[in-house]
Design a protein around this ligand. Structure first.
Ligand SMILES: *Cc1c(COP(=O)(O)O)cnc(C)c1O
Length: 545
């Protein structure tokens, strides 16, 4: 709580005078200097840190770290000056965090971000607008509507008249910002649920009367959500939160390419129909870039099925959505324009800082299903964005995204997307060329899975019956698990690990290494080094060291 000017090491005390000085006051020159000084300390401190530590993280285990953070008492008086806090964060915390910016960090959907994102995030923090209502955000509320319309147009490509009508209409909404993809999916399914159980004679709708009353009024016993086995677990959370029950998220089999199997979809739908209307489909989900394999479901075919049966069609493009900006690859998402709702994450392939999700709707009227017109906050026709969102108070993520789109242009993003897809293809070729490895899922976007599978195993697997396959896979699973852990612990590079079920055979799990290529600095040379390291770890394991 001590002020910037205080340099002597006197005891720190929280007093009213100092408190007054720490709040942002544009008219005060001292406050101004303090802001600049500390920003330099942070940015250069972190910059130097990233230069010194090219690895992923320092070696201390999570357990060791946990033991250092056990004091639960709140100190009554200030403990540290800002300068010391910043030094601690830069020197003590950052080294034990994860260097997600490293081009050797290819295990997750989080990577380096353009430096200007830090500046843009700082602006939103400094302005501290609350987008819940116009009275606390004014122009930011209209910027948000404009940015939403731009991405809506990228997805749905409606005509000029459509966007002229809706871009700033207080009565309609093209989508909304959320904190992340999970909440975007929940929002989409919330809208779908209220659409499945709408008001009717003597029933005011499930939002007011609850799901049980909704089921009763509409004469149904259960509703289900259809998604492939590779669906993100946020969909299960959604079913839980919305009172549907997460075991009613039905995992549909996938085909050889990890896309939802349309025959399996038809079978499940026929079985549901045979129940005579007691079970209804709340939503069908197409995934545009599955979290584990990056594959895209047959979006157009799913759209056609949903249109025929009047089912809410949601496309989870949390990962793959920005592919739409690449002229070269946008066709991979063909059919997304027919989705009733679409999720896209800003903090994934739009390279925004945590956390930014978005949900979009084909119909500008559909969000009315979840509108809350609280008396004191939002009258009908008000531009207050908090009327139609799960969140109440919310930061101005649209300022970050809107500015980033201006700085990058869709072509800038397209280059990043294309680099990821093409580098993943080159990586797949390299894996195929190495005898020790086996490519498990071919990259469609920029995610692929593979495993260490020595030639001896490969040969035996080819002729093995199911039992022997299971045995061999169990051995390989252990090998791959160990390789992934050892590589992670060595801290030079990071590839993640997941379990797939080829042929939808739940008794025959296959542990795979998973690579997500999104960092523009990740190139084939680096990827080769990562394979070399895995190869070396395998050899060490074999010689028992
Ligand atoms: C990442 C992801 C999500 C969840 O997004 P969060 O931002 O982590 O909540 C949902 N669906 C898919 C396909 C994803 O890849």
């Amino acid at each position: 709580m001590a002020h910037a000017q205080t340099t002597t090491r006197k005891k720190l005390i929280a007093d009213w005078q100092t408190l007054n000085r720490i709040f942002i006051r544009p008219e005060d020159d001292v406050a101004r200097k303090a802001l600049v000084k500390y920003m330099e300390q942070i940015l250069f401190g972190l910059h130097d840190f990233l230069q010194r530590h090219v690895g992923i993280t320092e070696e201390a285990s999570l357990k060791v770290l946990a033991d250092r953070f056990t004091d639960t008492r709140l100190s009554e008086q200030p403990e540290k000056r800002l300068a010391d806090v910043i030094s601690d964060l830069v020197n003590e915390i950052a080294p034990h965090a994860v260097n997600v910016a490293s081009p050797y960090f290819i295990g997750h959907m989080t990577s380096a971000i353009p430096y200007f994102m830090v500046h843009l995030k700082t602006i939103t923090a400094a302005l501290n607008q609350n987008v819940v209502k116009a009275e606390t955000s004014k122009v930011v509320s209209v910027v948000e509507k404009q940015v939403l319309a731009k991405i809506h147009r990228l997805i749905y490509q409606k005509n000029d008249a459509f966007y002229a009508e809706h871009v700033q209409s207080p009565y309609t909404a093209l989508g909304g910002f959320t904190e992340d993809g999970t909440l975007a999916n929940i929002t989409a399914l919330w809208v779908a649920r209220n659409g499945l159980l709408p008001p009717k004679d003597g029933f005011t709708g499930c939002e007011s009367e609850g799901v049980a009353a909704g089921f009763k009024a509409h004469g149904i016993e259960r509703c289900v959500i259809l998604v492939s086995r590779l669906g993100h677990y946020s969909l299960c959370k959604a079913a839980g939160v919305l009172g549907i029950g997460n075991r009613n998220v039905l995992a549909v089999d996938v085909d050889r390419h990890n896309r939802i199997d349309l025959n399996a979809v038809k079978k499940i739908m026929a079985a549901i129909e045979a129940e005579g209307g007691r079970t209804r489909i709340l939503a069908m989900i197409g995934i545009a870039g599955t979290t584990e394999t990056g594959t895209v479901d047959p979006l157009a075919e799913l759209a056609a099925i949903c249109a025929r049966h009047q089912i809410h069609y949601h496309v989870d493009a949390a990962w793959g959505g920005p592919t739409l900006m690449s002229r070269k690859y946008r066709h991979l998402l063909n059919g997304i324009q027919n989705a009733d709702s679409v999720t896209i994450d800003g903090h994934k392939q739009l390279y925004m800082p945590m956390g930014c999700g978005m949900v979009y709707f084909k119909s500008p009227y559909i969000l009315e299903r979840i509108a809350y017109h609280a008396r004191y906050i939002a009258r009908p026709g008000s531009v207050d964005l908090g009327i139609k969102s799960i969140a109440g108070s919310r930061e101005a993520n649209s300022l970050i995204l809107g500015s980033a789109l201006q700085i990058m242009g869709s072509q800038g993003y397209a280059l990043l997307i294309e680099h990821g897809i093409e580098t993943a293809q080159a990586f797949a070729d390299e894996i195929r060329a190495r005898a020790l490895f086996e490519l498990v899922s071919t990259p469609e976007l920029n995610i692929l899975t593979y495993r260490v599978c020595p030639p001896g195993f490969k040969q035996r697997l080819q002729t093995a019956d199911t039992d022997l396959q299971k045995q061999l896979n169990a051995q390989l699973n252990e090998i791959n698990r160990q390789i992934q852990v050892r590589q992670r612990e060595a801290g030079n590079s990071f590839v993640s690990r997941t379990t797939l079920y080829p042929g939808n055979c739940l008794e025959n799990p296959v542990v795979v290494l998973r690579a997500v290529i999104m960092n523009p600095m990740t190139n084939t040379q680096i990827l080769n080094e990562i394979l070399d390291e895995q190869q070396a770890i395998y050899r060490q394991m074999k010689t028992g060291s």
